[in-house]
Write a protein that binds this ligand. Structure first.
Ligand SMILES: [Zn+2]
Length: 283
């Protein structure tokens, strides 16, 4: 009983503290920082990862990384100091640039990369002789649609990968190896980056047990998940996301919810590079 009271009190305190804008992070709380498009920094304690950070194509409708952010990323300067791992969702020009990723791995000698095989093949074909040694830190996953999820670990990180088709399924882009990464930092905070996943529940039913086993503290779906009832149900009931923030938001969609299309007014979206969210997690 004593424990229960203590826990309840802590939750009340947590709620009070986190309602204060600009208050410092609690030791046991995570944070995410929006970079651009589907680029994100996620941190918890001393563990830091980034998703889809380097790409060069905006296709006329997505944000590119602000130059100052790119400089800090390559220099390993705050807030990008001490990054442990980088994740790539898929090999499309608005998510991934092979040459830039090779340069980043060269710049940051401790950095580990997790990426679909298609992206790693792209890097192999562009790597210079001097860059061959970075592949010791490149971990590729090769998954077909319907394959069982894979699980990897490194200090501070539990990394799980599932292939979920790119939007456009079943007629378009079916050859694209889109990986949903479910990553747990410090055995505490679990996030999921969905890449350009197609919002159809049939992709998630096969691995219902996998998704149910580890609820997600914060999911990052492409914004189109909010546009259909099924997409929202996948987030709530399949992924069991306690909270989600939409990414891959076109520049035409404003940050102000009242000015968005009606189906996007009640959801949280990343629209401004540098904005952050706290990641609260269950004990
Ligand atoms: Zn794509």
């Amino acid at each position: 009983m004593k424990n229960l009271i203590g826990k309840a009190a802590r939750f009340t305190l947590l709620a009070a503290i986190t309602s204060l804008p600009g208050s410092p992070l609690l030791a046991d709380e995570g944070r995410t920082l929006y970079m651009a498009n589907e680029g994100l920094l996620v941190e918890h304690g001393d563990t830091k990862v980034v998703f889809d950070p380097l790409f060069r194509n905006d296709y006329g409708q997505y944000l590119l990384l602000p130059p100052a952010m790119e400089t800090a990323l390559f220099a390993g300067e705050a807030p990008f100091d001490g990054i442990d791992a980088v994740f790539v969702s898929h090999f499309h020009g608005d998510h991934f640039s092979p040459a830039d990723m090779l340069n980043l791995l060269e710049s940051l000698p401790e950095l580990q990369l997790y990426a679909p095989m298609q992206a790693v093949v792209g890097m192999r074909s562009e790597a210079t002789a001097a860059q061959q040694n970075v592949f010791a830190r490149v971990h590729s996953v090769s998954l077909e649609y319907g394959d069982a999820p894979v699980s990897l670990t490194m200090p501070g990180l539990l990394i799980e990968a599932v292939r979920i088709p790119h939007s456009g399924w079943p007629t378009g882009r079916v050859d694209v190896e889109n990986i949903v990464w479910r990553v747990t930092l410090d055995s505490a905070a679990t996030v999921a980056h969905l890449g350009d996943a197609d919002p159809n529940d049939v992709h998630f039913t096969n691995d219902a047990g996998f998704w149910a086993d580890r609820p997600i503290d914060m999911a990052f779906p492409p914004y189109w998940f909010y546009g259909t009832a099924t997409g929202r149900e996948i987030l709530d009931q399949r992924l069991r996301a306690r909270r989600s923030v939409g990414i891959h938001v076109p520049i035409q969609i404003p940050g102000d919810p009242l000015q968005r299309p009606v189906e996007l007014r009640d959801v949280d979206l990343f629209t401004n590079p540098g904005e952050t969210r706290r990641i609260e997690h269950a004990d």
